[in-house]
Design a binder for this molecule. Structure first.
Ligand code: PMP
Ligand code: GLN
Length: 385
């Protein structure tokens, strides 16, 4: 593409997101797409019907800038029910067009040029560009391989007078790692007595397996008072295309968040907010998710044993990572491309989640699919050598 000499890129090193690249390749080669994270099974009928009802009833104009008031009330009730958190729906919750936007807006609301943000790699691909576009500096720390746990000794050493924020993500994309109580203790030791904020990406809060509790920042009043907690209804209700989510943060942080939000998005899709507000009364819809997706993880994992891939176990999210370094030296990006083109199966190369492209020869597979899709995918992977 021709470049305009008078336009200086704000993100010169950034290309097209790996999710678009791999989904496009999957379409071109008619491959089974276990790359980008989205379900191929339907969202709840009842929730679709509630959107239709809301539109028929005339909820078709702008709603409140911070989100449909009843939805914010219901979200505060949910946070109290699940995590014992006391959240003010007027001042501490904003409904957003998705989790990615909530993350961007949190960062943009508080970061000053030169601020340092600690970010763990592999990192969801929007984090580092979102930090850098604000003139801040991403201080990257690699999760330990292959456990993908946080090396807290390295975090402690990375703290400086400029550290403004630590970004955490539990359950973690792409690895499915989840924070344990020791991690919370370590996080406390790092932030106590400092001005460091926390951005907690919890879009997979309801997709956590093996009876492990989700360690939301909303459970810990001392951590919550310095945290932006970002969520996505797309993940909870199997409708990633809705692009609807929310952010919860203390009033002082939310005030800054809303200054950005009001001039960027202003307010989100009204009928969907009305519908979700209603649907939240159905607690089983989100409480049953862990069992539903754990079964898919196990189904996929079990079948993957018949392939040469080695499982790096996931405890949450839509994803499980598999390594192949014991049978191929190929770069993960090349390997993933070849899998799509030659074998008709698409996965995400995990090096895409490292700024320097660190390649541990690991692919991420999305198991939030119908069993027939998973079966088809594994059938193709069996032939790989
Ligand atoms: N964070 C993580 C870790 C994710 O995997 C996703 C995936 N979509 C998001 C944020 C963003 O969610 P949304 O689609 O609601 O923007
Ligand atoms: N969160 C999804 C994933 O990790 C994709 C979101 C997107 O395409 N931006 O696959």
């Amino acid at each position: 593409m021709a470049e305009l000499p008078f336009v200086q890129s704000k993100l010169p090193e950034v290309g097209t997101t790996i999710f678009t690249v791999m989904s496009q390749l999957a379409i071109e080669h008619n491959a089974v797409n276990l790359g980008q994270g989205f379900p191929d099974f339907p969202m709840p009928d009842e929730l679709c019907r509630l959107v239709d009802d809301a539109m028929q009833k005339g909820f078709n104009q702008y709603t409140h800038m911070a989100g449909y008031p009843l939805l914010r009330e219901r979200l505060a009730e949910k946070a109290a029910f699940l995590y014992g958190a006391n959240i003010n729906p007027d001042t501490e919750i904003t409904v957003t067009p998705g989790g990615t936007y909530a993350i961007y807006t949190s960062l943009t609301g508080v970061l000053q040029p030169g601020d340092e943000v600690i970010v763990f790699e592999p990192a969801y691909d929007s984090y580092i560009p979102n930090i850098e576009v604000n003139g801040a500096v991403a201080v990257r720390i690699a999760l330990e391989f292959p456990s993908y746990r946080i090396p807290w000794d390295k975090v402690k050493k990375a703290i400086t007078a400029r550290t403004r924020m630590i970004m955490i993500n539990t359950p973690h994309n792409p690895t499915g790692m989840v924070l344990q109580e020791e991690d919370i203790e370590q996080l406390r030791l790092v932030v106590n007595g400092t001005n460091i904020l926390i951005l907690s990406d919890e879009v997979y809060e309801h997709l956590i397996y093996d009876n492990i509790p989700h360690r939301s920042m909303l459970r810990y009043p001392d951590l919550m008072q310095r945290a932006f907690v970002c969520s996505s209804f797309g993940k909870t209700y199997h409708c990633t295309g809705w692009k609807l989510g929310c952010c919860i943060a203390p009033a002082a942080l939310m005030k800054e968040f809303r200054k950005i939000h009001q001039f960027n998005c202003f307010s989100c899709d009204t009928p969907k907010q009305v519908a979700v507000a209603e649907y939240l009364a159905n607690r089983d819809a989100y409480l049953s998710l862990s069992a539903f997706l754990q079964q898919k993880r196990d189904y996929f994992r079990e079948r993957m044993r018949a392939t040469p891939f080695q499982c790096i176990p996931s405890s949450g999210s839509y994803f499980e990572c598999y390594s192949y370094g014991h049978f191929s030296e190929e770069k993960d990006t090349d390997f993933a491309t070849r899998l799509t083109k030659e074998y008709g199966i698409t996965a995400i190369p995990v090096s895409a989640f490292y700024k320097n492209g660190e390649d541990n020869k690991v692919l991420r597979f999305c198991f939030a699919k119908k069993e027939t899709t998973l079966e088809k995918a594994v059938e193709k992977l069996r032939n790989i050598a």
